[in-house]
Write a protein that binds this ligand. Structure first.
Ligand code: GYE
Length: 328
């Protein structure tokens, strides 16, 4: 009896899925004049990501001539691959991907190419053997961001008269294999290696999340009682690290210098409070940028393959003045 119920429930789920998929397919090719865009988003791991999702959801609306099919992959590549296959099945007009990691995309992108659907990459990059598998990419220059962080540190220690001091440094990395992690880690570690006074004690991933950032920082503080600098590859990990630092009775921003990436609003509050010393900006508002690429393509124009967004560096000296102007 139980088996029968389970079987018929299974059948119902299958039927519903088929009806739903069919409905979606019709919507995508309905001739309603709307451009259908499938966005394979990484997840909802950070404030940056939330701002990025919001940017797409507010740009790709019917009033602007779009229908958005949004998928949150919960930081899993296999979910993103599934989402892209769904978009292909629904015959969307454009596929946009913010790839969680750099590698492993060839097969599914070939499927999109065979279906004649242009793929636009946004935010993170892919490491592909064949660049014709995507039309364009727009995002931040992660390597430069990493380099900028160390440039700031160099200037800061000079200004503070600490240039001759040996500094113990730990690095909280983002999702390993994501281009944001790869670029920032490279910029940071290469920059640190140029100065023998800098001792990189440890680096470990905090998955770009606040809770994991806190957890890893707690273990760093146990293993290394004399940390001078924390570099967090995004703001949410920095927020977690700040909690961990406070919990051992130290003062973030004073006892331990904190450098972060993204520069979301809450990070500006933290700079104003003196808890984060420096924040390297990474702009998440890619919705309108991707829309512009699509409009150019729709009008038969050509677009640049690689488009870097301009980004700044902020610190406690200008955070208060900048805070009211921040958009995310
Ligand atoms: O720094 C982080 C997010 O890929 C640039 O992903 C993005 C990064 C960003 O989770 O907060």
């Amino acid at each position: 009896m139980k088996r029968k119920i389970i079987l018929s429930m299974g059948l119902m789920v299958l039927l519903c899925t088929m009806v739903f998929a069919n409905g979606q397919k019709e919507a995508a090719s309905q001739g309603d004049g709307l451009i259908t865009v499938g966005y394979a988003q990484v997840g909802a791991e950070s404030d940056w990501r939330t701002a990025n999702t919001e940017s797409f959801k507010s740009t790709f609306v019917e009033a602007n001539g779009y229908k958005l099919i949004f998928d949150d992959a919960q930081q899993k590549q296999e979910n993103q691959i599934k989402a892209i296959r769904n978009f292909i099945q629904q015959d969307v007009d454009y596929i946009v991907v913010a790839p969680v990691v750099e590698t492993g995309w060839e097969t599914v992108l070939k499927e999109a190419k065979e279906a004649g659907i242009p793929v636009i990459l946004s935010d993170r990059q892919m490491d592909l053997s064949d660049d014709s598998l995507y039309t364009a990419w727009v995002g931040g220059n992660f390597l430069k961001e990493g380099q900028d962080a160390i440039k700031w540190l160099n200037d800061y220690v000079k200004k503070e008269g600490r240039a001759n001091e040996e500094l113990n440094i730990v690095l909280l990395q983002g999702t390993i294999g994501s281009s944001a992690q790869v670029g920032r880690t490279k910029g940071v570690t290469e920059g640190l290696a140029k100065n023998p006074k800098y001792k990189l004690l440890a680096k470990q991933t905090g998955e770009f999340t606040q809770s994991k950032g806190q957890e890893v920082m707690e273990s760093f503080l146990k293993a290394y009682p004399d940390i001078d600098v924390v570099i967090a590859e995004n703001d949410n990990m920095a927020f977690g690290a700040i909690d961990a630092i406070k919990a051992v009775g130290k003062v973030p921003g004073e006892d331990i210098i904190i450098i972060s990436f993204d520069a979301v609003k809450e990070a500006f509050n933290r700079m104003v409070a003196g808890e984060i010393n420096c924040d390297v900006e990474c702009n998440p508002l890619h919705g309108p940028r991707v829309a512009e690429i699509i409009q150019t393509l729709e009008n038969g124009g050509t677009v640049d393959k690689i488009m870097y967004v301009k980004e700044d560096v902020f610190d406690t000296s200008n955070a208060a003045a900048m805070l009211p102007t921040r958009k995310y």
